[in-house]
Write a protein that binds this ligand. Structure first.
Ligand SMILES: [Zn+2]
Length: 244
């Protein structure tokens, strides 16, 4: 049993979430789901201790309830935004594995909002920064720092081209250099797994985007060729949380 007494939700309330969960466990009440979203994943991103405390109950509902699966996944996407998020998830590995399997099954049906659900899958697999930064590759940009000269390089992957460039306020992307996509057989994980999943589900644009992001770029300033995913991961690791 979760001890709810000290667990505050996004609005500082301690008693509403358990009551709302009781309610949705009995019957589907749209207002109750709206309030759960508001208290557990405010604006789709703000998580609190109550969010993680609610995960096991949401996971239990998830096989029969898309609302529960979406809310649980959204909470997991917010893991790194809460200082105790990773520790909380470490306490429910079975629930996480089940949620991941449910989202994976959903992706196999090729839903219209595939790229959002793919982001959920990445978070459930612990790939939080990829979950936060990857779109659908219609018009994606990443800012990375060249590992050799530290110039800020814009990586563009989208319908308008796949290139490294120096972004200029007035002139846009200048000194464009074509990206060098990875060969599927050379890609390390998580890129290999991400590509295989998108490819399995017929998401060719996403699969091609992943091949580019896990490939290499030439720095327009110093011409050194670097691994984009490594530079991106370095740029997006969460700051160390100070504990006393
Ligand atoms: Zn450089």
């Amino acid at each position: 049993m979760t001890d709810w007494t000290p667990v505050a939700d996004a609005h500082g309330a301690v008693g509403r979430v358990p009551l709302l969960l009781d309610q949705v466990e009995r019957e589907a009440v749209p207002e109750a789901w709206d309030e759960l979203w508001d208290r557990l994943c405010l604006h789709g991103e703000t998580v609190s201790a109550a969010s993680f405390a609610a995960l096991p109950r949401l996971a239990a509902l998830a096989p029969a309830c898309g609302q529960a699966l979406e809310l649980a996944s959204a909470i997991v996407r917010g893991t790194l935004r809460h200082p105790d998020g990773e520790a909380a998830l470490a306490g429910c590995p079975n629930e996480l594995a089940m949620l991941r399997e449910l989202v994976d099954q959903w992706l196999r049906t090729r839903p219209a909002d595939y790229s959002r659900l793919f982001g959920d899958l990445l978070a459930l697999a612990g790939q939080y920064h990829w979950s936060a930064s990857m779109g659908d590759f219609a018009d994606d940009f990443f800012a990375v720092s060249c590992p050799d000269c530290e110039t800020e390089v814009t990586i563009a992957v989208g319908d308008h081209g796949c290139y490294a460039a120096v972004r200029d306020w007035d002139q846009g992307d200048t000194e464009r250099r074509p990206l060098r996509p990875a060969q599927v057989e050379d890609m390390p994980d998580p890129g290999r797994w991400m590509h295989a999943t998108a490819d399995r589900d017929g998401q060719q644009r996403l699969a091609e985007g992943i091949r580019h992001v896990f490939g290499r770029a030439e720095c327009p300033a110093c011409a050194s060729v670097f691994n984009i995913a490594e530079a991106h991961t370095t740029a997006n690791l969460p700051p160390a949380i100070e504990t006393y």
